[in-house]
Design a protein around this ligand. Sequence first.
Ligand SMILES: [Zn+2]
Ligand SMILES: [Zn+2]
Length: 143
Amino acid sequence: MSTTTTEMPCMDCDEPLDFQGFLLFVLATVCISTCTLNCLKTCWDLTKRRQRIAASKNLLLQNQMRQLETQLPTVNYDSIEYPINDSCVVCIEDFNNDDNVRKLVCSHIYHSECVDMWIIEKNTCPICKKTVLINPGEALTLV
Ligand SMILES: [Zn+2]
Ligand SMILES: [Zn+2]
């Protein structure tokens, strides 16, 4: 049995000190730039993700507004024959004849700009809690 002894080069004594310094510098540079790149990539991914979420929420909102307009189109207050309430409980203002209002299935009336976001978030009448949209889709997942 013969053992071959391999001569490992000794970094400490064989190599000049400048080279080690340079090597350390290169290593440090590579580490720092990798970290920086990773950070930038994470930031970029997060931004993209936020944009995607915002875009899909926006799309959802548009879809819900379309559904609302289809199922409960806004009307002028003076076109409602027997209004059940003559003021909007959201803003506590009396209706004017040319106000854009929504008459819900329960006959309660609101300014459309006062009640639209409420309906999209809760899908109930603020007064009697009756369901407003028949098929709100993903309305209730928007929180
Ligand atoms: Zn109002
Ligand atoms: Zn109601």
